[in-house]
Design a protein around this ligand. Structure first.
Ligand code: FMN
Length: 146
């Protein structure tokens, strides 16, 4: 069973809730989700993985949290050809932080699973939950092929 890392930052729990839905999707397809709060993440695990997910809400002014910025910096040299799922919650913007994040990851060679990051307005609703579970399922399948 492949370990699929789901590394997230969440200050008020919405992105954490999203991460749990991704983990459910991974389990559904027989993968082993490793749900990890960013403070406990080991970048080496991501460098070695062929498929993983990162979650971060819109912070600052349409920015990522610094903890996610540092992690991306650490792993940026190993993103070529990797299947990366992105997700995060937002409050009032239109999702610009996510569009920028996708672009930056793609510039480093990552393949964004599902074509774009999954976003949810505050706590994920039923539609977001479905998209997150689908993302988890796709990650499990991609991780198993490696
Ligand atoms: C300091 C701060 C900055 C934020 N900046 C944005 C922003 O630029 N755009 C936006 O849509 N939401 C912004 N938000 C709202 C959060 O993204 C939103 O509340 C989200 O659900 C938080 O996710 P979490 O519960 O995983 O921490 C901000 C919230 C805080 C506290």
């Amino acid at each position: 069973m492949s370990d699929i890392y789901v590394v997230y930052f969440s200050s008020t729990g919405n992105t954490e809730e999203m991460a749990k839905h991704v983990a459910d999707g991974i389990e559904r397809k027989g993968g082993n989700p490793v749900l990890t709060e960013i403070g406990s993440a080991d970048p080496d695990n991501l460098k070695e993985a062929s498929a993983f997910a990162l979650g971060c809400p819109a912070c600052g002014a349409e920015e990522l949290d610094e903890s996610m910025e540092s992690l991306i910096e650490e792993i940026s040299g190993s993103l070529e050809g990797k299947n990366v799922g992105l997700f995060g919650s937002y409050g009032w913007g239109g999702g610009d932080w996510m569009r920028e994040w996708e672009k930056r990851m793609a510039e480093r060679g990552a393949k964004i699973v599902g074509g774009e990051g999954v976003i949810a307005l505050e706590s994920p609703d039923g539609d977001a939950e479905k998209q997150l579970k689908n993302l988890g399922e796709a990650l499990a399948e991609l991780g198993a092929q490696a």
